[in-house]
Design a protein around this ligand. Structure first.
Ligand SMILES: *[C@@H]1O[C@H](CO)[C@@H](O)[C@H](O)[C@H]1NC(C)=O
Ligand SMILES: *[C@@H]1O[C@H](CO)[C@@H](O)[C@H](O)[C@H]1NC(C)=O
Ligand SMILES: *[C@@H]1O[C@H](CO)[C@@H](O)[C@H](O)[C@H]1NC(C)=O
Ligand SMILES: *[C@@H]1O[C@H](CO)[C@@H](O)[C@H](O)[C@H]1NC(C)=O
Length: 361
């Protein structure tokens, strides 16, 4: 009898070991990616966010993002939350992927609410100064550096941290507003060099993982396709994004080769947006009626301003100078420059496989 029992005990032990090991692996994953334990505040991973309105969650406190109809789809209050969207922005999806809620905006930071990291991004800003009164990328990273010097984060915190950077579009916007149309190739190189200089600071600061969002297809933004009644993306403008991204990819490739201890991952927002928009436009052209109405023209924004105005503008009697589409949840673009919550969820789904590179070294 005993002899018969031993194998089953071995089997049982092996099974137990396997269970323990698989638990250990989960535990290991937790350590590496800082899945919060059942309570909150035990999260190992922190998210630090830098750049502009695509990732700012609340810092630009005087912006349109704090006025109606921004936040119209946001849960649960349907009120503006300081995000340039009808609901969530990209940061919310990245934070969710990291199993946390979005880190506290720098404007509202105190000693006890930084366990998920800090969002330094500021709507309207760029790598260089723009027409907006807000911290440029250098200044945002300086603020981060100061907090590190004040020892708010441990070396281990930083090594486990994820940095998210989305910047550049507002620099081009300013460049065009200043009517400097002729030296674009030179400006692209200068901008990518400056951005690369800033990215190099993260390895020096001890940050383990850096997510760099490539430039969106600027020629597809409603504020640009406005000139052709949102019929097609303006290729000539998209060429700028392409050139920018090509140079930035090269620079990051070089950075990866030169650095150890920091994992740089690029997220191709250009490809993600263009892929979806082209697919939708093709369906519209083919008259595929199974596609919902709002998608018939994916290049048209949901919150459409009157001529010469912006989404959120009101007249002296508080009457809106814009129109909101019937179903914001079916629009890809929320306003003239920003994807809707739905838009971001689509973009995130396309980019999600790239995020797995965060775990590879
Ligand atoms: C988030 O949590 C889920 C469920 O516990 C887990 O499967 C996943 O690996 C976690 N994601 C990260 C990036 O840690
Ligand atoms: C820190 O901010 C949070 C809100 O984010 C607030 O609930 C809390 O009372 C603040 N703590 C201190 C010490 O000011
Ligand atoms: C960013 O802003 C700081 C402080 O306002 C300024 O000193 C610096 O020159 C700016 N950096 C760039 C790259 O424009
Ligand atoms: C219409 O779109 C649906 C859903 O995307 C797809 O399954 C179907 O094949 C399309 N039909 C045509 C005629 O393109």
């Amino acid at each position: 009898m005993k002899k018969h029992q031993s194998p089953s005990i071995i089997t049982l032990t092996t099974t137990l070991l396997l269970v323990l090991l698989s638990n250990l692996r989960v535990e290991g994953t937790r350590k590496t990616y800082g899945v919060a334990d059942s309570g909150s505040g035990n999260n190992n991973v922190k998210l630090f966010v830098f750049g502009d309105s695509y990732v700012d969650t609340e810092n630009a406190v005087h912006s349109k993002a704090y006025s109606w109809p921004y936040g119209i789809s946001s849960y649960p209050d349907h009120r503006p939350t300081g995000r340039n969207s009808d609901g969530k922005v990209f940061t919310d999806y990245i934070a969710n992927y990291l199993n946390m809620t979005a880190p506290i905006p720098n404007a509202f930071r105190n000693e006890s609410n930084i366990q998920n990291g800090i969002n330094f991004a500021f709507g309207g800003t760029g790598v260089y100064d723009t027409h907006i009164d807000g911290p440029n990328l250098t200044a945002q990273i300086n603020s981060f550096e100061q907090l590190i010097q004040q020892k708010l984060f441990t070396k281990e915190d930083l090594q486990n941290s994820v940095v998210l950077v989305n910047a550049g579009a507002n620099d081009y916007s300013k460049h065009f507003q200043d009517r400097k149309f002729f030296d674009i190739p030179k400006f692209i190189s200068r901008l990518v060099n400056q951005l690369t200089t800033e990215l190099k600071r993260f390895p020096s600061l001890g940050v383990g993982k850096v997510l760099v969002v490539l430039l969106q297809p600027v020629g597809c933004l409603p504020l640009v396709t406005f000139i052709d009644f949102h019929l097609v993306c303006i290729d000539l403008v998209n060429k700028i994004s392409e050139s920018h991204n090509k140079q930035l990819n090269n620079a990051i490739g070089q950075l990866k080769a030169e650095t150890t201890g920091t994992n740089f991952v690029t997220l191709d927002l250009y490809k993600a947006m263009l892929q979806f928009l082209e697919e939708m436009m093709m369906k519209a052209r083919n008259g595929n009626s199974s596609v919902s109405n709002a998608y018939w023209n994916p290049l048209r924004e949901c919150c459409e301003p009157n001529l010469g105005h912006e989404c959120g503008d009101v007249d002296d009697d508080n009457n809106p100078l814009y129109k909101v589409c019937d179903n914001p949840g079916a629009a890809f673009f929320w306003d003239q420059a920003h994807p809707s919550e739905t838009g971001w969820s689509i973009i995130f789904a396309i980019l999600r496989p790239s995020l797995h590179q965060l775990t590879q070294h």
